[in-house]
Ligand binder design. Structure first.
Ligand code: GCU
Length: 647
């Protein structure tokens, strides 16, 4: 069934009823006026247990203690339960966590937890355009905007705010980083008043709004003739306009800026540095406690494919590393997890190990732009666990920077106005996992996937184990049938779905694999483009040498002959053939596994996921055949196992 055909009010996505749980009667007590939190707690319990009776025999005590601002504790008592928070915000998180744990099926007396987030800012970025279309959106249209104005269902926004707060999100940027002339006006009337109304819906949930701003707003909104960040008039524009914004929305979180990136204006157009640009805007919001999230996705998107010197993954470091320490305190550099662009497999961006005097945000993408587009199954929790546990410096893992250099965790969301929020029901797991790892990067993919399955489905052991296995394997499966060993892209340009091995080979985006008759890949070692020199020495050495380079990243770092012997003795070419045959078979097995879940998961989810898995299988077969044929034609070497390759 098409989710968009129904009215939102008919659909309730938050907490499925778990009628089997006890107690059926309890009293919620709070030691001061906690109306909103009290209400949220009761609403959640009612959803889980049906209408519960008031009873003095069992008390659920809500209280504020002396813990950290956003911290909470959950403690079973002799004849009741206590939820405490270091502030109202912390208590609210405690209530949601309590409800989530109940929803996983745990009994109340087993729930014992103390927790505090490791970073202060846990943020969702929407790439929603004001015409309603979502850039790289795979779950329908925007639920904030339509026809170049605000257009939303307040009930749905409230549910969304609750959904986000229940996984610990405390900041949301509502519009696309590619700001156009219309959305540039979000910081001015008449749109600003509408923005303030929306902010009011999020406020009780502890969520502060942000908007993406246009670097050229001084010209577009302010009518000036320049956006030069060192121009006095430009500085005054940002100061005065930000004062207007904060007057309307005193708890506004700040701005996101995509500058000098993919045809966006920026400081470099005026001969200024990224720090000049960021600091001018940051100075304008600083008096109000506002932040500027300045994106580091800056590279030459007009590269000539003949130019083998310029290496796109090196660009962000080159622009930003020399400026370490030059950014104001309220600037947070927003860095994509990898040096390229949310590919299936990339190393961690070298900026994380090289910026030491600058606030950093890691930017993930929950929308699966290059990882299946919410059609093909891809559990991002698995990818994120690998990223977070990657060594970035002297034995330190990336997650070890959380709360230190990394002060914010952000992600491009996968939500839209589809009734189930994410189009593919199973893609909800990625949204859930993001909130949880932003709070606690030590959680494993397995834990997150399990939690989500238990909260979402009331199914039997076979059901939960099947979904868990599908999600846990999904990333490897997708990787098997698509672009091999970190080579990246090979997708259809523009929509980024489906195979097109040479699709980007002669274009200007800087993403080349340079396959010929005997080898593939770009030599990014210190003897090649020099990309590896952007890492600390021990990592540089590891990536430089083909013997120590993690094999799954082989083609990211090295140019490799097809007859190169992989660790298990196979040739590179045979590895590529094998993984593509295997990946397509695994995609078929995913569909078969899901088919065993009929009547074990809600019908609507069953059919909509099944339909997507069928599309995934078609996609996997297409990838298998195009990639295998491509390499056969390049190399002239057949599959050792004699399987079908189209010549
Ligand atoms: C990718 C994506 C764009 C997006 C950009 C960004 O290149 O395809 O749609 O605007 O990333 O992160 O800014």
């Amino acid at each position: 069934m098409d989710h968009t055909q129904r009215k939102y009010s008919e659909y309730k996505a938050w907490l499925q009823p778990k009628s089997s749980l006890t107690p059926k009667a309890l009293r919620i007590r709070a030691d001061f006026d906690l109306d909103f939190i009290h209400q949220e707690c009761r609403l959640g319990l009612n959803r889980l247990w049906g209408e519960i009776k008031e009873s003095a025999a069992y008390t659920l005590q809500l209280k504020i203690d002396d813990g950290a601002h956003e911290a909470y504790s959950l403690t079973p008592l002799a004849s009741g339960f206590e939820i405490a928070g270091g502030s109202k915000r912390g208590l609210l998180y405690g209530v949601y966590r309590f409800l989530n744990r109940l929803a996983t099926g745990e009994s109340i007396d087993q729930i014992h937890e103390r927790s505090a987030p490791q970073v202060d800012y846990r943020i969702i970025n929407h790439w929603d355009n004001m015409d309603g279309h979502i850039e790289r959106g795979y779950a329908g249209q925007s639920f904030f905007f339509a026809h170049n104005q605000f257009d939303y269902d307040a009930e749905r926004i409230t549910d969304y705010a609750r959904l986000m707060a229940s996984i610990g999100i405390n900041g949301i940027c509502i519009n696309n980083v590619n700001v156009n002339k219309v959305s540039a006006g979000l910081i001015a009337e008449p749109l600003l008043s509408d923005l303030a109304d929306l902010a009011a819906l999020f406020r009780p949930f502890g969520i502060r709004l942000m908007v993406s701003v246009h670097f050229d707003a001084p010209m577009i909104v302010g009518g000036l003739t320049t956006s030069d960040p060192l121009d006095a008039g430009v500085k005054e524009f940002w100061r005065a306009q930000s004062a207007v914004v904060y007057d309307k929305i005193p708890d506004f979180l700040g701005y996101v800026v995509k500058a000098d990136s993919e045809f966006r204006g920026g400081p470099e157009a005026f001969g200024r540095t990224q720090a000049d640009g960021a600091n001018t805007i940051a100075a304008a919001v600083a008096p109000f406690g506002g932040l500027v999230f300045w994106r580091c996705f800056v590279y030459n998107c007009q590269q000539d494919w003949r130019d083998a010197q310029t290496d796109r993954p090196m660009a962000a470091y080159k622009h930003f590393q020399p400026l370490d320490g030059a950014f104001d305190q309220n600037v947070i550099l927003q860095i994509k997890n990898g040096p390229v662009d949310f590919q299936t497999r990339e190393p961690v961006s070298p900026l994380f190990s090289s910026l030491t005097n600058t606030h950093e945000a890691i930017e993930f993408q929950i929308a699966q732009e290059y990882t299946g587009q919410q059609i093909d199954l891809f559990s991002l929790a698995v990818q994120w666990e690998e990223i977070l546990t990657t060594e970035v410096n002297k034995g330190k893992q990336l997650r070890g920077l959380f709360g230190h250099e990394i002060t914010a965790v952000t992600a491009v969301t996968n939500t839209g106005n589809n009734m189930n929020w994410t189009g593919n029901t199973l893609a909800q797991c990625n949204l859930y996992a993001f909130g949880r790892i932003a709070w606690n990067p030590d959680l494993t993919a397995k834990e997150l996937i399990r939690e989500w399955i238990r909260i979402t489905f009331e199914t039997d052991e076979h059901g939960s184990q099947t979904i868990e296995a599908m999600l846990l394997q999904s990333r490897d499966i997708y990787e098997n049938y698509t672009a091999p060993l970190g080579i990246g892209f090979m997708v259809n340009p523009s929509n980024h779905y489906g195979p097109n091995v040479d699709g980007y080979e002669f274009s200007h985006w800087g993403t080349y694999h340079r396959a010929d008759f005997e080898a593939i890949g770009v030599d990014r070692t210190s003897k090649g483009t020099g990309f590896t020199t952007q890492y600390p020495e021990s990592l540089q050495n590891m990536y430089d040498h083909i013997a120590t380079c993690p094999e799954e990243l082989l083609l990211f770092f090295h140019r490799v002959r097809y007859d190169y012997q992989m660790k298990d003795g196979r040739t590179l070419l045979q590895y590529i053939y094998d993984s593509h045959f295997e990946g397509a078979q695994q995609a078929e097995a995913l569909l078969q596994s899901w088919e065993t879940l009929e009547n074990r998961v809600p019908q609507e989810a069953f059919y909509s996921v099944k339909e997507r898995l069928k599309r995934q299988l078609r996609n996997a077969r297409e990838w298998r055949d195009q990639v295998n044929t491509y390499f056969y034609r390049k190399s002239g070497i057949d599959d050792e196992k004699g399987r079908q390759i189209y010549r």
